[in-house]
Ligand binder design. Structure first.
Ligand code: C5P
Length: 223
């Protein structure tokens, strides 16, 4: 760990973790607007690595090539709409199991988290690995069937032809890959607030998230 990584956080960082299609991306964006903070969707970094590997016809199991691709990622690559595709999501979750890929993406994420004023980051391991001392941490979940329906609607709106059944199978496979092993990245930080959104609309979930973060901010400011 470098000296910089050991420095305590002096900016207001909001960590929003959770499984695929839990609504964490939308919630993170709305928190960014509400608290006037920049937002990083860290899934895009893994999606970018996955797509770079597919475009180079590399085997996704090749952790050396994947780590090399991860080291080359820059912010301007993250706006590419193809990163939102189902294919990119699947490739992302396969390259994300490589520890060297995760290591190569650490600096990018920590630098974003440590910018002056603070930031919102959403992903799987923000509250545990990227910013373990973040003053506000949420773990957003919903039942797999609910998440599958949300993701299916998004994909359909983006013009992808896929059945709800296949999206549910994707979600279950990604849950297993992201959280099904001892060393898997996806687990709630011990001090994260759990937000179960299965019975909520996205605006109800975003409101609940804002209230949790407001309370965390008040206590951070007074500490
Ligand atoms: O959140 P999103 O669906 O875009 O993430 C794509 C994949 O990237 C996830 O299934 C997960 O495997 C990986 N990921 C990760 N750690 C993060 C963000 C995403 O392992 N912080």
């Amino acid at each position: 760990m470098s000296d910089r990584e050991r420095e305590p956080l002096t900016s207001f960082v909001v960590a929003v973790d959770g499984p695929a299609a839990s609504g964490k991306g939308t919630i993170a964006k709305q928190l960014g607007e509400a608290f006037d903070l920049p937002v990083l969707d860290t899934g895009l970094l893994y999606r970018c690595v996955g797509m770079a590997m597919l475009n180079a016809h590399e085997d996704l199991e090749n952790h050396e090539a994947a780590a090399a691709a991860a080291a080359l990622i820059t912010a301007d690559q993250l706006d590419d709409p193809t990163l939102r595709s189902r294919r990119a999501g699947e490739a992302a979750s396969r390259v994300a199991v490589h520890e060297r890929v995760r290591g190569a993406l650490l600096d990018f994420q920590r630098t974003f988290a440590r910018q002056e004023g603070g930031a919102v980051l959403d992903g799987r391991d923000i509250g545990t690995v990227i910013a373990p001392d973040a003053p506000a941490k949420l773990f957003v979940t919903a039942r797999p069937e609910v998440r599958a329906e949300r993701r299916w609607k998004q994909l359909k709106a983006a013009g992808e032809r896929v059945s709800l059944k296949d999206v549910l199978a994707d979600i279950r496979r990604r849950d297993e890959r992201d959280g099904g092993r001892d060393a898997a990245p996806m687990r709630p930080a011990a001090d994260a607030t759990l937000l179960e959104t299965s019975e909520m609309s996205i605006s109800q979930a975003a409101d609940a998230a804002r209230r949790i973060v407001e309370a965390a901010r008040a206590s951070w400011l007074s500490s």
